[in-house]
Design a protein around this ligand. Structure first.
Ligand code: AMP
Ligand code: MG
Length: 496
């Protein structure tokens, strides 16, 4: 029995490592959490519990809310505020770092190491004017996004839990503080390397290269530092290209693609005013403070490359310009290749054909002009079996585009002739690629408003649907619907 009277649980056995904290003072500052008062559990992610070796019964442990808010530390934890800098909206900011979050340590389970990072943990040496807190609204948004993207097979950080409190936190209006434990293979960002480069801590920078390679590119770990640095840069370029292609294929706009929000392993990282497309609108800007559209949906691949350039510049202490250029040159072909593959899958095309790119581009143009809901269209296309009139699809497209749709479908029908799968097989594959349930802003808003009023049921329902977005879930149709015009373009606060 534990002191608190519960059975010994895997929670008592979880023993965190602190490899990152051990790197030393160049990399961050040991900082104790300032836990929220009277925390209560709001939601727990059972999939993530399993990932880090916890048992679902641990939630019943009387101390669980204390662990998930930092009031009690997991054994072995050495909470550390990580130091990084970064380029924000194109300008270098040397003042960044974990201002309201702490790396608690690393959990090792089933051969994988997972960082546990407590967000909303109170002030740190890098808080500047911030209060060190996170609010319930933004915590829910982060929690849902990690699951939605993961289920769509796009790399993302996830979260173990959300805890709430009645502690008031001032944003545009008064809100309440919440805490989230973010879980990721690493929390090292492009900005970690930029910080060490711009402050000329070049030995520490080499150590960080080795640290990331040890975990993710073990094949190069005994090679000279230049080779490790080159392998790491190529790895990050490849992962970032894959990531950007994934976002574009599912209609995800991150909203704040600063280099401090870019993970070195290509996870979607740091969720702010992100948005999933409703209507297919390439120029969609989800971040209302982004007046120039720097981070618009269709600008993302270019901005990811811009960020990779900033990272490559930070690697100029280790690699020649020619090598840096060569690494960066891999981005575009990889991006095009990944994106083409993902869009072919959305269209149900198994073979590669020269005309596919054009077929896809013409469809997207049609969706844009017809103000068509991106996800609903592809879900409906997954059920298409050559029928005419293509009523379900037409119902999604404005009448002025019906003729264009008919013409496109004719080309699509012809293209499908080259495929060998049966209609049923193709449909099954497309239904496992084109989600029915999408993390639409208006639905996130509904969940947040209920949670702010103390009702966590909608959060729980939506969470489960987003973890299995390809399944039909009969009876939950309202969670699959596109918004009315009023629900499109909801202003999303950037404060979090
Ligand atoms: P973000 O906009 O969340 O990517 O954060 C940018 C920088 O501001 C990071 O250094 C954060 O740690 C810091 N920051 C954001 N919100 C807060 C807050 N409430 N208190 C302290 N620091 C914060
Ligand atoms: Mg950030």
């Amino acid at each position: 029995m534990t002191k608190s009277g519960a059975q010994t649980s895997s929670l008592d056995q979880l023993h965190l490592q602190h490899h990152y904290a051990d790197l030393g003072p160049a990399f961050g500052t040991p900082t104790p959490p300032a836990p929220l008062q009277n925390p209560h559990q709001i939601h727990v992610n059972q999939q993530v519990m399993a990932l880090i070796g916890l048992d679902t019964k641990d939630v019943e442990h009387p101390d669980w809310p204390l662990y998930t808010t930092g009031a009690k530390l997991f054994a072995g934890s050495e909470p550390t505020a990580m130091k990084y800098t970064g380029h924000q909206f194109g300008g270098y900011n040397p003042e960044l770092g974990d201002g309201r979050a702490l790396l608690l340590g690393e959990a090792e389970h089933a051969g994988k190491r997972w960082d546990l990072h407590l967000k909303g943990a109170g002030k740190t040496p890098y808080s500047r004017f911030g209060d060190g807190r996170a609010v319930l609204r933004s915590t829910i948004r982060e929690y849902l996004a990690g699951e939605a993207l993961t289920a769509l097979r796009i790399r993302s950080t996830r979260a173990l839990s959300i805890a709430g409190s009645n502690e008031p936190v001032a944003r545009e209006k008064m809100e309440t503080g919440a805490a989230l434990i973010r879980v990721a293979r690493t929390h090292i960002r492009f900005g970690h390397f930029e910080y060490l480069f711009y402050t000329r801590q070049l030995d520490a920078q080499k150590r960080l290269v080795e640290f990331v390679c040890e975990q993710f590119i073990p094949d190069v770990k005994d090679q000279p530092i230049q080779q490790q640095a080159e392998a790491l840069l190529r790895f990050t370029v490849q992962r970032s290209a894959e990531l950007a292609a994934g976002w574009q294929s599912v209609g995800f706009a991150h909203g704040v693609l600063n280099t401090d929000n870019m993970s070195i392993i290509g996870d979607t990282f740091d969720f702010g005013p992100y948005g999933f497309l409703d209507d297919y609108e390439p120029g969609f800007i989800c971040n209302h403070s982004d007046h120039t559209g720097r981070y618009a949906f269709d600008a993302q691949p270019g901005v990811v490359l811009w960020n990779l350039n900033a990272l490559a510049h930070a690697f100029s202490s280790l690699l020649d310009t020619e090598v840096l250029k060569d690494c960066l040159g891999e981005f575009q072909p990889l991006l095009i290749d990944y994106y083409a593959g993902l869009m072919r899958a959305k269209l149900g095309l198994e073979m590669e054909d020269d005309g596919d790119q054009q077929l896809c581009a013409d469809l997207l143009e049609l969706l844009e002009h017809g103000r068509v809901d991106y996800s609903l269209f592809f879900r409906a296309l997954s059920h298409y079996a050559g029928e005419r009139p293509a009523g379900t699809l037409e119902a999604l497209v404005s009448p002025s585009q019906h003729e264009a749709l008919g013409n496109w479908l004719q080309r699509y029908d012809q293209r499908l002739q080259k495929e060998t799968r049966s209609v049923q097989e193709r449909s099954r594959a497309m239904l496992a690629t084109n989600p029915k349930f999408v993390l639409r802003n208006y639905l996130a808003q509904k969940v947040i408003e209920a949670a702010e009023a103390g009702d966590y049921q909608p959060l729980s329902v939506f969470f489960d649907l987003l973890q299995a977005p390809f399944d039909e879930h009969p009876g939950f149709e309202e969670w699959a619907a596109a918004p009315t015009d009023a629900g499109k373009h909801l202003p999303i606060s950037c404060s979090s």
